[in-house]
Design a protein around this ligand. Structure first.
Ligand SMILES: Cc1cc2nc3c(=O)[nH]c(=O)nc-3n(C[C@H](O)[C@H](O)[C@H](O)COP(=O)(O)OP(=O)(O)OC[C@H]3O[C@@H](n4cnc5c(N)ncnc54)[C@H](O)[C@@H]3O)c2cc1C
Length: 378
């Protein structure tokens, strides 16, 4: 029997495992390895931060994929050997007929001096309870949301956090000013100038100040230090720099970008039978900007890799490709959301736009989570 080894059980890894079992059932052995015991969508962190809904309410045990025949191993991966389509897990070398690398991105707060001491890491589920408490106890003052590096997951998320926090503080009668800084020249660089301007006007309407082109050098108590500027804060919520997981460093899989550079349509790496999907990859679009790191794209890539592997195992020519179509929801308060969506792999330019906001998009966002939990975990 053919064996597929999937490294990482987030959006990409789970979608791939699920699709392989759908296509090939008991004709394929699927081993999925992750050190984390549960799956959870990324935006749960925003909801938990503002006290809307706890993280636990959206967590499902990855181990329950065994119900559809996936061999789930809870372990830390020690080494990856792409030439052999193999990995070492808990000292055991596991050889496969196809390997899917779906390890996501690693948060790297250590890259910024003072981050650990002074900022709340709002991208780390482990730090969310502390951040949630700080928000709940906040009596007023200057709240700064800092983006400390790019690329980072779900580009709209820090702005969404600012909007939701602003709404919560207002409801509680807390006098807070909100600011977001970013090293990027625009809030959402994937959008055309007009759409980006319209989004930044929306931030202004919420009295959220946006500072572009600010790359932090370090953090001290009460202030973030930049090259020629400082921003003072009473509460600092940080999105740390991201990097490819350390385990990939000596694997030979990383390209010059520091991420795995794949064929965007097929998700193939430069190693035969080795695929990479999701946040661990770098896909450069026709406008030279990177494909945003998003759960939906990780999922679609995971399904693409699975479909293609299933075709190869069945002696057929793989035809399914990654479309690059879709987007992310962005809550804008008052029970409404909008979408940043489009056709990201379109030529000669990606076609990406900002929709208007509506209650319907907010409902779709909620459904985005429930649909996946239902589909994958029953
Ligand atoms: C606040 C926030 C809001 C977001 N909102 C959205 C949204 O609205 N829509 C959207 O599409 N996306 C959203 N995202 C982004 C989304 O969560 C990520 O893009 C998505 O999780 C990427 O999926 P992935 O499978 O590539 O990686 P991940 O989901 O990160 O999975 C990687 C897995 O690999 C495991 N792993 C890594 N290294 C090892 C190792 N050495 N050993 C064992 N296991 C390992 C990890 O434990 C992890 O489970 C949001 C993210 C955040 C932080």
């Amino acid at each position: 029997m053919k064996r597929v080894l999937i490294l990482g059980g987030g959006f990409g890894g789970i979608a791939a495992a699920h699709r392989l079992k759908q296509k090939l059932g008991s004709e394929v052995e699927v081993i999925l390895v992750d050190r984390r015991p549960y799956f959870m969508v990324g935006f749960r962190k925003s909801w938990a931060l503002v006290g809307e809904s706890p993280l636990e309410a959206g967590q499902k045990p990855i181990g329950s994929l065994s119900k559809i025949g996936v061999d789930v191993r809870r372990a830390t991966i020690d080494a990856i050997h792409p030439q052999e389509k193999a990995a070492t897990i808990n000292g055991e070398r596991i050889q496969a007929d196809a390997l899917i690398v779906a390890l996501g991105s690693e948060l790297f707060p250590q890259a910024v001096e003072g981050f650990k001491e002074h900022a709340f890491n709002v991208y780390d589920p482990e730090d969310i309870p502390r951040a949630e408490k700080a928000v709940a106890d906040f009596k007023g003052g200057r709240v700064v949301i800092g983006i400390f590096g790019a690329p980072y997951k779900c580009s709209p998320a820090p702005y969404e956090m600012a909007i939701l926090l602003n709404e919560k503080f207002k409801a509680r009668g807390v006098k807070a000013t909100l600011e977001v800084f970013s090293p990027q020249p625009k809030s959402l660089p994937i959008l055309e100038q007009e759409s980006c301007d319209s989004f930044e006007s929306r931030l202004e309407e919420h009295a959220i100040k946006f500072h572009p082109n600010l790359k932090a050098k370090s953090i001290e108590a009460g202030r973030v230090i930049f090259e020629n500027k400082q921003i003072e804060y009473d509460l600092l919520l940080g999105v740390p720099p991201h990097k490819a997981p350390t385990i990939l460093k000596d694997s030979g899989l990383l390209g010059a970008s520091g991420w795995i550079e794949i064929n965007p349509r097929t998700t193939e790496t430069s190693f035969d039978g080795v695929y990479a999907v999701g946040d661990v990859t770098q896909v450069i679009l026709a406008n030279k900007k990177p494909l945003p790191k998003a759960g939906l794209f990780a999922e679609l890539m995971g399904e693409t890799a699975a479909e293609r592997i299933a075709s190869v195992f069945s002696g057929e020519t793989p035809e399914v490709t990654f479309s690059g179509e879709g987007g992310c929801y962005l809550e804008v308060g008052n029970g409404q959301a909008l979408m940043v969506k489009g056709s990201f792999l379109a030529e000669p330019e990606p076609i990406v736009s900002l929709t208007s906001s509506s209650k319907q998009y907010f409902n779709e966002k909620i459904k985005f989570e429930t649909d996946r939990l239902e589909k994958w975990f029953g």
